[in-house]
Design a protein around this ligand. Structure first.
Ligand code: SAH
Length: 230
């Protein structure tokens, strides 16, 4: 069945959004992956379909109700569906390429998009949600974060990227940042191309790229460099 994404959100109209364009969108139309959205508010309480309430203990903002979110999850995800259930959350495990690879190796993901101050803690436990963050900053909602997760996954699905290799030389894949790229023209505003790239010597080119990747990683991301050196 391929990679199936099920997204729970208060703003289903945001999807597919950018995921409907370019290679991800073509992949969607070709059925290389699928995207289903569910409106959490359909499970809201009462005539006004309320989904949020004041935080227990007081304080600013509103919290997504656990009963509402659980009902939405139960309606959207059949019992026995083994896909990971992610909750977009700044407190979560930081998204990285190895997590993306793990997701793509499976059948897809259920992604819950938070809003307001967040969600009632009890539903995280009660429905086995894994909190995932896309970085150390606060968004207004989980929808764009979910799109980031899905975009990173979808481009690795076989067929989506066409003949561009599924990115084994990409930044992070080898534990290093990528080497610099160049293309035509051969000279631009007085800047030429690195010697090695003009040499036609494949071993030399590979060596140059490796050295560049190492130098850039050492300089820009000492954390990655330390892990790489292990
Ligand atoms: N009060 C929360 C932030 C709520 S932001 C806190 O301080 O941690 C509202 C929603 O946006 C969150 O529930 C989450 O779903 C989403 N969100 C915000 N920042 C995010 C991030 N960095 N990564 C993933 N999701 C995020």
């Amino acid at each position: 069945m391929g990679f199936r994404a099920t997204v729970l959100t208060l703003y289903p109209e945001m999807f597919p959004g950018p995921l409907g364009a370019s290679l991800a969108g073509e992949g969607l139309r070709k059925g290389l992956w699928s995207l289903e959205t569910h409106q959490i508010r359909d499970h809201g309480i009462g005539r006004h379909r309320n989904v949020d309430d004041n935080p227990a203990g007081g304080g600013a903002g509103m919290v997504l109700r656990c009963d509402v979110l659980a009902a939405a999850i139960d309606a959207a995800v059949p019992a026995g569906d083994a896909r990971p259930r992610l909750l977009m959350s700044p407190r979560g495990r930081r998204l990285d390429q190895s997590f993306v690879r793990d997701l793509v190796a499976g059948d897809g993901a259920v992604i819950v998009c938070g809003r307001f101050e967040g969600v009632d803690e009890r539903v995280i436990e009660g429905r086995g949600l894994t909190e995932v963050s896309i970085g150390d900053y606060i968004l207004s909602g989980g929808e764009m974060a979910a799109m980031v997760v899905l975009d990173a996954c979808v481009r690795l699905i076989p067929g989506v990227m066409g003949k561009e290799a599924s990115g084994t030389e990409e930044s992070f894949e080898s534990g290093l940042l990528e080497y610099p790229h160049y293309t035509r023209p051969r000279e631009w505003e007085g800047r030429g191309l690195p010697e090695a790239l003009l040499s036609g010597d494949h071993a030399r080119i590979a060596r140059w790229r490796r050295e560049q990747a190492e130098a850039i990683t050492r300089e820009r991301r000492p954390d990655l460099w330390a892990a790489h050196k292990g």
